[in-house]
Design a protein around this ligand. Structure first.
Ligand code: FES
Ligand code: FES
Length: 217
């Protein structure tokens, strides 16, 4: 078990203990005779997956999220934990080429999958075109949401290219196009508290190149 899991368990224990103490103080004596609830660790399960082109073998508590497997077990801390509840997009990675919120997915569901994180897109010496465009257009301020934004942006342009529909398309059934509205709608699950949205859209438009279409009035 990782240090983090032990910390989580002991933290829950402390919280449960604190709550139990408060209950004891508030409840009549007859109501407090039951033993305290205890959280038991689950037996570890084996997991093989490819991460950024490298085969990895892990042994994990089945409750471990893909996000925690990447950060705590493989030490790929580029992927960020924001809300841990599927609401901010900071944890976005690509699995078999499709973006997901890694905090909402259990690692053991990804046996044999191909995972790409921000570390697998480019290197400081050789940035991915989307990384370079984010730098050029100031697509970030504090940078906390940025790995998720970049992974999402890469996947969004690919989704549009593959014709994956969205509900903001003007012509239902038509092939989607790389427009500002289309990109912003598809990126709406990636929250940026610094408000770098316009610069992110500019970076994506640059990467889309000739595929980018000015918005119709
Ligand atoms: S950390 Fe996964 S969506 Fe916020
Ligand atoms: S750059 Fe700070 S939250 Fe997005």
């Amino acid at each position: 078990m990782s240090d983090t899991s032990e910390f989580e368990l002991s933290r829950r224990g402390i919280l449960a203990g604190g709550a139990a103490t408060a209950m004891v103080a508030a409840a009549p004596a007859s109501a407090v005779s039951q033993p305290a609830h205890r959280t038991e660790a689950s037996p570890a399960l084996p997991l093989r997956l490819k991460v950024n082109g490298k085969q990895q073998t892990l042994s994990l508590d089945p409750r471990t999220t893909l996000l925690d497997a990447l950060r705590e077990h493989l030490h790929l801390t580029g992927t960020k934990k924001g809300c841990d509840h599927g609401q901010c997009g900071a944890c976005t990675v690509m699995v078999n080429g499709v973006r997901i919120n890694s905090c909402l997915s259990l690692a053991v569901m990804h046996e044999g999958d191909d995972v790409t994180t921000i570390e697998g897109l480019g290197t400081p010496e050789k940035l991915h075109p989307m990384q370079a465009a984010f730098v050029k257009h100031d697509g970030y301020q504090c940078g906390y949401c940025t790995p998720g934004q970049i992974c999402s942006a890469v996947a969004v342009l690919d989704e549009i290219k593959r014709g994956v529909p969205s509900h903001v398309q003007a012509d239902v059934g038509a092939k989607p196009q790389v427009t500002n509205i289309e990109m912003r709608e598809r990126m709406s699950g990636n929250i940026c508290r610094c408000g770098a949205y316009s610069n992110i859209a500019d970076a994506m438009a640059e990467v889309a190149g000739d595929d980018f279409r000015e918005q119709r009035a």
